[in-house]
Design a binder for this molecule. Structure first.
Ligand SMILES: [Zn+2]
Ligand SMILES: [Zn+2]
Length: 483
């Protein structure tokens, strides 16, 4: 069988002297985020009600009201959950580390401009901020706010399954949450993961995809990518939306970078970003003051431009160890004729060698819940991750890195996406801190969480278990997708 796998242990490239601590460089928290409403009745076009999201407790799948920011340095736009916006908070671009300002407008003359967050003044009415005077008519400029998404619940089914999203009624308002544990189960949160009846719950790739948070999408000109070797078209960096062609010996590399805790006005642009391991911080939540937690679990999804005829090797690090995975492209004409048995000469080498998996157009490596899920559009494998003595329990502080190397032939990449797992926690934010980390779900009730763990009020911290009677509907997955 091909379940045997060599785990290569790599010396960390950079040794972090200390973990990045955002809270040390920021003003203390101000906004109490315990007052999140979730949904209210927005209007009735047809028979079934629609609800307007009032918070981002279910982001990133369902986004609540946001303010649109723009990086003053690179121009990248980013959305910030409105309930996390604090006027004195320095919002940073996750692409380059530069400062972000916000879209503003004048109600009177429609003058539009970017507003310095420092000039914003919260108004008494919720979700409104005023800023400096309009240069044309002297009225105060206002923050332009995008309303949250509208959703349309469906009638509740006979029973729910894990990870279903429900609409529940809570003190005269409606909220959306996700089911994590079923009636009668015992559930606990440990190291970011959910344990059900005493065992780590192993998410399938489909479940991981539904819950994951996007980290990087190559093709959007994102920084952090570099290409080794000279590319066919002569370019040396991967900053276009075009297909990236790699020939034998060339490699695409990515390293997770995040805004460094520096004052961007007094230091050079080269110091605005710093290499890091993945954590549960993300741009939508800027303004929430909590210590980000390290996130181990993530996935790399590659989409190849056909015909894919090369052999590529994906390398990435997981829990301090290097994972290697070879993928052999199979164009339509070659299908069924490929020999995938290892070609090593002696049996000992053959034992250690894992044959490359075949792919036509898509391949995903997910390091999730202490397993390595290898999915292509032609094959699937699940490998159980084993800790090596050298790395556990004190694994080296290796930063999150990915390399896609073309070993032979020619590979054309249409996109590479990196998603991290949802990271459960009971300690953030402090105002919502849960006193316990394990629960027993009564019969006819469910343990529910919001997807945006750092801001959600749910079964951990105030909502408690949700009984069947309080659930008014379900929300199918096809209603996802930003705003
Ligand atoms: Zn930027
Ligand atoms: Zn004006």
């Amino acid at each position: 069988m091909h379940l045997l796998r060599r785990w290569l242990i790599d010396v960390p490239l950079i040794r972090a002297s200390q973990l990045f601590d955002k809270s040390s460089s920021l003003p203390t928290r101000i906004l109490p985020i315990a007052t999140l409403l979730s949904v209210f009745l927005a209007g009735c076009g047809d028979n079934s009600p629609r609800y307007q999201l009032l918070s981002s407790s279910m982001a990133p799948g369902l986004i609540g009201p946001t303010a649109l920011g723009q990086c003053l340095n690179c121009g990248t736009e980013q959305t910030l959950a409105l309930e996390t916006l604090r006027p004195e908070f320095p919002v940073r671009c996750f692409g380059c580390g530069g400062k972000c300002w916000f879209r503003g407008f004048c109600r009177n003359c429609d003058h539009q401009c970017l507003l310095d967050p420092k000039t914003l003044v919260p108004q008494l009415s919720a979700n409104t901020f005023r800023s400096e005077a309009c240069p044309q008519c002297q009225l105060n400029l206002e923050l332009r706010v995008s309303p949250g998404r509208q959703v349309k619940p469906e009638p509740k089914p006979a029973k729910f399954a894990r990870f279903d999203r429900i609409v529940l009624e809570n003190a005269d308002r409606h909220e959306i949450k996700r089911i994590w544990a079923l009636p009668g189960e015992s559930v606990s949160i440990e190291d970011g993961d959910v344990w059900v009846n005493g065992e780590l719950y192993p998410k399938s790739l489909a479940e991981f995809r539904a819950l994951s948070v996007p980290v990087n999408h190559w093709g959007d000109g994102s920084k952090g990518w570099s290409v080794e070797g000279s590319l066919a078209d002569g370019s040396s960096t991967a900053e276009t939306n075009d297909v990236l062609e790699l020939t034998a010996g060339e490699a695409l590399r990515w390293q997770y970078l995040k805004p460094a805790p520096v004052d961007v006005e007094s230091v050079d642009t080269s110091q605005w970003l710093t290499p890091s391991h993945l954590d549960d911080d993300w741009l939508h939540n800027q303004g929430i003051s909590y210590r980000p937690a390290r996130v181990h679990d993530y996935a790399v999804e590659m989409v190849f431009e056909p015909p894919f005829e090369g052999l590529i090797r994906l390398r990435c690090n997981y829990r301090g160890q290097w994972i290697e995975w070879d993928v052999q492209g199979v164009s339509n004409t070659q299908k069924g004729t490929h020999d995938t048995t290892p070609s090593s000469k002696n049996s000992r080498a053959a034992e250690q060698q894992v044959s490359p998996m075949l792919a036509e157009g898509r391949a995903t490596l997910a390091c999730v819940d202490r397993r390595i899920l290898q999915h292509t559009d032609m094959e699937q494998r699940v490998l159980h991750w084993r800790a090596s003595q050298e790395t556990e329990p004190h694994f080296p502080p290796a930063f999150t890195q990915v390399e896609i190397r073309c070993l032979s032939g020619r590979t054309r990449l249409r996109s590479v996406q990196i998603h991290r797992d949802i990271h459960l926690r009971t300690d953030a934010p402090e105002t919502l801190r849960s006193p316990v980390s394990s629960w027993k779900v009564p019969l006819h009730s469910y343990f529910v969480l919001g997807d945006n763990i750092p801001v959600s009020i749910d079964s951990r911290n105030g909502l408690g278990m949700v009984s069947w009677d309080l659930i008014v509907g379900s929300l199918p997955a096809d209603q996802d997708g930003g705003q």
